[in-house]
Write a protein that binds this ligand. Structure first.
Ligand code: G4P
Length: 293
């Protein structure tokens, strides 16, 4: 099943985002380090065209460090500015702030040349639901305010926040886009809870994850589920995990729904280890095709 989820409040948030871009000096684009490209909003290339951007790779503590390094290099090669952040543990915040202020100042300098009075640069923070935006913003403004949680798509209004004399922030609600251009994007976003549980079939998403783990992290699977070997076939592997975990409908018959819950919870709670769902190589061809189109 292809996953899609674009509720009305996100369409509205997208419109508001567009309206406010004129007031912004820099866009801080939050991406999940486990799926750095799949969690980027492709609409931004159009809506924020020409606006300087800083990519903040969020939740780096959950991703495979080697793959995160590769993503960092990949984005930089493409001329993007990227900063690694682990908001939960307050890492990378200074770097992100300094970078955003620096980039924002460059836009400001151009405005000042045109006669606009100097002011603190303004940054807009955008990202998919559950990327860690509230956690980050609360850290930046040193406050424990609203809405940290893992219910994707909790509607919030745009709001201006003062970080310090050097930077004003426009917080925006977590948004997705109307159509996921590739099937794996929906699955990956579902895995990291950017999509409401009711909008996807847990077994499908768990099988998608199992296939990635089978290819890239077989040792982690063996360790976690005490498997001697990894079956070639993803469904057989799913079944083997269910059997090991005692997820049974009746003797010998695996309850796949229950097994899916186990695998998804293990992934999300870091019980499987640090996992990246994609590498730059998975995207190189796609991005080249897109830029040539
Ligand atoms: P959002 O505003 O973008 O929707 O995300 P929010 O900050 O609400 O964060 C969503 C979940 O991600 C929260 O967990 C939060 O703690 C967690 N989180 C945020 N940043 C990081 C990070 O850098 N690393 C890790 N590992 N987790 C992060 P939660 O499910 O509500 O549970 P809890 O962890 O707060 O108990």
């Amino acid at each position: 099943m292809t996953i899609q989820w674009f509720p009305g409040h996100m369409a509205k948030a997208n419109r508001e985002l567009k309206e406010n871009l004129g007031k912004i000096d820099v866009v801080i684009e939050l991406v999940d380090a486990r799926l750095p490209q799949a969690s980027r909003n492709p609409m931004l290339n159009e809506t924020a065209a020409g606006k300087p951007r800083v990519i903040a790779m969020m939740k780096t503590d959950l991703a495979d460090p080697e793959v995160t390094k590769a993503w960092h290099a990949f984005f930089e090669e493409r001329g993007e500015t990227v900063v690694n952040v682990n908001a939960k543990h307050g890492k990378g915040l200074k770097d992100l702030l300094n970078t955003a202020v620096e980039v924002g100042k460059q836009t400001q300098a151009r405005l000042i040349e045109k006669g606009v009075s100097p002011r603190a640069p303004r940054a807009m923070v955008i990202g998919v639901p559950n990327v860690g935006k509230s956690t980050l913003i609360n850290q930046l403004i040193n406050k424990k305010t609203a809405n940290i949680g893992d219910t994707p798509g909790v509607t919030r209004q745009q709001q201006w926040l003062k970080v310090n004399q050097n930077l004003d922030l426009l917080d925006t609600p977590g948004i997705l886009w109307p159509k996921f251009e590739y099937e794996d994007v929906g699955n990956k976003l579902a895995l990291v809870k950017a999509i409401k549980e009711e909008r996807f079939i847990a077994q499908d998403v768990a099988l998608f994850l199992i296939n990635i783990l089978k290819e890239r992290y077989p040792e982690l699977l063996k360790d976690r589920y005490k498997l001697d070997e990894i079956p070639e076939d993803g469904v057989e592997l799913f079944e083997a995990i269910g059997l090991k975990r005692g997820c049974l409908i009746r003797k010998g018959d695996v309850d796949f729904e229950k097994a899916a819950g186990v695998v998804l919870t293990d992934f999300r709670n870091e019980k499987l280890g640090k996992i990246s769902l994609e590498t730059p190589n998975d995207w190189k061809e796609r991005l080249t095709e897109e830029s040539e189109a």
